[in-house]
Ligand binder design. Structure first.
Ligand code: GLP
Length: 255
């Protein structure tokens, strides 16, 4: 594992965006794995900015080659619902970069059979060659994507029930009401995430310090889904001082 400690969320976003653009240029044939959440807002802002500074030929090439698969989507929310991850990605990347909808893929939250949609989405990712670089945020309960604890390292793309903790964490986008957060979601599993060529875990803010320390230092276990990332041969963690507080000052590994 490589750990890059940076001063603040802005520096983290710039480093993450650099890596995403590098991956698009170095491996245009492998799709990117993308994530949503508040952590990613400055990351996509930095990506738009950095892309705009490239030469026009490079920009055209990146846009023409773009293919990304997002991690997850709420069941029951469609593209026209501003709270859907589809709408988030349309606003953050697809529209500003002038990409076609089929270049920025997510599971269909309105599919009549969400479990079948999860199988279809996982299969589509496999046909596309699997993720090259996977961008990940970190849930307060240790989830990545929507892989809620307990979760095995072999869990595939599937429809699952969200935990109370996650619905509370994400209530902000739903008027602050955890009950208004959809009860289910479709998510890529740890199986697809761990099969990525590289993983970039981006973590900012003091609220994530305790779970980040556990995810990186405790022996991998189902109760902390992000801890399975320790098994990946090319994991890079980019975090700010606030998120690394416990890590840098703490008593050391808890094993
Ligand atoms: C959400 C998403 C995750 C995201 C995480 C952190 O529920 N499903 O992919 O990484 O929670 O969100 P935030 O960045 O808002 O803290």
């Amino acid at each position: 594992m490589q750990l890059l400690a940076l001063a603040d969320a802005q520096a983290v976003a710039a480093a993450a965006a650099e890596r995403l653009l590098q991956a698009r240029q170095a491996q245009p044939q492998r799709p990117l794995g993308l994530a949503t959440g508040r952590t990613m807002v400055p990351v996509y802002a930095a990506l738009r900015q950095q892309l705009g500074r490239l030469g026009s030929q490079q920009q055209r090439q990146i846009r023409a080659d773009w293919l990304s698969f997002n991690l997850d989507e709420y069941v029951g929310l469609g593209p026209h619902d501003p709270r859907s991850f589809k709408a988030f990605m349309a606003g953050q990347l697809q529209a500003p970069l002038g990409l076609r909808p089929e270049q920025v893929l997510l599971p269909d939250g309105l599919a009549a059979d969400p479990q079948a949609e999860a199988r279809r989405y996982g299969a589509a990712l496999a046909v596309a060659g699997g993720v090259g670089l996977q961008l990940l945020g970190l849930g307060l309960n240790g989830h990545v994507g929507f892989n809620e604890p307990p979760c095995s390292a072999e869990a595939p793309c599937r429809c699952l029930t969200l935990s109370a903790a996650t619905r509370t964490q994400n209530a902000g986008a739903f008027g602050g009401d955890p009950e208004a957060v959809p009860a289910q979601a479709i998510t890529l599993g740890l199986a697809e995430i761990l099969a990525a060529g590289q993983i970039l875990l981006v973590v900012t803010g003091a609220s994530k310090a305790a779970i980040l320390k556990r995810a990186l230092q405790e022996p991998p276990c189902p109760e902390i889904p992000a801890s399975w990332l320790q098994h990946h041969p090319r994991l890079e963690v980019v975090a700010d001082q606030a998120a690394l507080g416990a890590f840098l000052q703490g008593p050391g590994p808890c094993r």
